[in-house]
Design a binder for this molecule. Structure first.
Ligand code: NDP
Length: 258
């Protein structure tokens, strides 16, 4: 408890899934939390749950991470309400899984707009203030697709590889200013995103079982297991972790044979 006491935090895509779990974990640890979310209704419902459970200060801000002005505005609103931002989690992301040669231009742009531009828009909006104050922590939600490729899942892994590049570049650029930029690479986590993917397969039940069979721990992860890692990276317990990525996948990506 109170590992983030007094910190002002913002989480993008926090209406549901991993983002909602991170927002709740931050609130439990004593932070003020802004939920920057495209779907303001899910954000409001999640914010209410967090308030009731933790009594924390929670703000919801309608935000489209693909639009730099929208993210800037969300940061301004958060700071007007809570004060200078200490922590940003760039979590909003979408699956765009295509065959490279039949993919449309729109699929490519949609993927990069959310999964890579969205992360950059967040970083760009908070870095000037963090640099000026000489402190800050940015946590970018990458993926095990940042290191591994599954055929037919193009161009999502290309954007997620970019998230790691962005994390490392900005981590080095702003290290002298005491601003840390890190990433988390989740494996399979039980959220709507994953359920939708299974449902899109010819046999959803078999697809789910096939995923489980490949997990060393014989289960997939829970959003709160990613959130615990975000708390650590956001907190003062990780002052020398920078330009780094922590994988949260139960060991799946270390497994050689399927
Ligand atoms: P969900 O789809 O459950 O949640 C994503 C949230 O982001 C939704 O609330 C969604 O809002 C929001 N969002 C989407 N587009 C935008 C946008 N343009 N601006 C603001 N918010 C937006 O996904 P997860 O919680 O599973 O994923 C969260 C992150 O974790 C993503 O970056 C994903 O790539 C990554 N990840 C997830 C894994 C998993 O197994 N679940 C594995 C590895 C990485 P709306 O509902 O309105 O679309």
């Amino acid at each position: 408890m109170n590992r983030l006491a007094g910190k002002v935090t913002m989480v993008t895509g926090a209406g549901r899934g991993i983002g909602a779990a991170i927002a709740l974990a931050f609130a439990r640890e004593g932070a003020s939390v802004a939920l920057a979310e495209l779907d303001i209704e899910t954000a409001r419902a999640t914010a209410e749950r967090i308030r009731q459970e933790t009594g924390a200060d929670v703000l919801t801000v309608a935000t489209d991470v693909t639009q730099s002005a929208s993210v800037k505005e969300a940061v301004q609103q958060t700071q007007a309400q809570f004060g200078p931002l200490d922590v940003l989690v760039n979590n909003a992301g979408i699956n765009v899984f295509c065959d490279p040669l039949t993919m449309t231009d729109d699929d490519w742009r949609r993927c990069f707009a959310v999964d890579l531009d969205g992360v950059w828009n967040g970083c760009r909006a908070v870095l000037p203030g963090m640099v000026e104050r000489g402190r800050g922590s940015i946590v970018n939600i990458a993926s095990t697709h940042s290191f591994k490729i599954i055929p037919g899942c193009f161009p999502y892994p290309v954007a997620k590889h970019g998230v790691i590049g962005l994390t490392r570049a900005l981590g080095i650029e702003y290290a002298p200013d005491n601003v840390r930029v890190n990433a988390i690479a989740p494996g399979y986590i039980e959220t709507q995103l994953t359920l939708d993917w299974w449902d899109s397969q010819a046999d959803p039940k078999a697809a789910r079982q096939a995923t489980l069979d490949l997990q060393p721990m014989k289960r997939i992860g829970q959003p709160q297991e990613v959130a615990m890692t975000a708390v650590f990276l956001a907190s003062d317990e990780a002052p020398f972790i920078n330009a780094s990525c922590i994988t949260v996948d139960g060991g799946r990506s270390a497994l050689y044979h399927d």
